[in-house]
Ligand binder design. Structure first.
Ligand SMILES: CC(C)(COP(=O)(O)OP(=O)(O)OC[C@H]1O[C@@H](n2cnc3c(N)ncnc32)[C@H](O)[C@@H]1OP(=O)(O)O)[C@@H](O)C(=O)NCCC(=O)NCCS
Length: 154
């Protein structure tokens, strides 16, 4: 897929049926549609985006909370049939830019210890493991990762 053809835009309610299909294919404990609704409609600290292909289908999404000088990546997923093409990286890069623009100087996330694919992408983006949250996923520990963000100049 041509990366230039992928559009990243704010997630809206009309995206949620497609988001839910990817969510269910991607996670052992998927979020509900209501959780996404709450995030995009009522959480003023939340930034959720979707990646859409040339035919306007949702192929991935990501979210973050940005509160004062800290950001927290809450989710990142790509349609299984569209992985390994750079979409996850585009979504993550977009959120990191947004966090910098909003004044964050650190970004945190949790990832399953066993999730090698996600850990690789985060490590490629400069995230480092700083700790563990025991039983964060009910069935598994989470690694806590952090990355410093450079300030926007000017
Ligand atoms: C983690 C996840 C979001 C990554 O999405 P993705 O779109 O596959 O990510 P990218 O394509 O940007 O990067 C994945 C790999 O493809 C490679 N890649 C990117 N573009 C490529 C291309 N054009 N050709 C070949 N490889 C490419 C990247 O270098 C990267 O390599 P790596 O495995 O060594 O890191 C995806 O695997 C996913 O949805 N997983 C399930 C949900 C999940 O675990 N989310 C994280 C929760 S913490």
């Amino acid at each position: 897929m041509n990366k230039a053809a992928i559009k990243i835009t704010a997630m809206v309610s009309d995206d949620l049926d497609e988001v839910m299909r990817i969510e269910q294919d991607s996670f052992t404990y998927p979020w509900s549609k209501n959780s996404f609704q709450g995030e995009i409609l009522s959480n003023r600290f939340a930034y959720y985006v979707t990646a859409k292909d040339i035919s306007d289908s949702v192929i991935g999404y990501a979210g973050a909370w940005i509160i004062l000088d800290e950001a927290h990546i809450t989710t990142l997923a790509v349609d299984p049939s569209c992985r390994q093409m750079g979409t996850g990286s585009l979504l993550l890069a977009y959120l990191l830019r947004k966090a910098i623009e909003e004044g964050a100087c650190k970004v945190f996330l949790e990832v399953r210890d066993s999730n090698r694919q996600a850990r690789r992408i985060y490590e490629r983006f400069g995230f480092e493991v700083i700790g563990k949250r025991k039983r964060y996923y009910h069935d598994e520990d989470a690694l806590v990762m952090v990355r410093a963000l450079e300030k926007v100049k000017g």
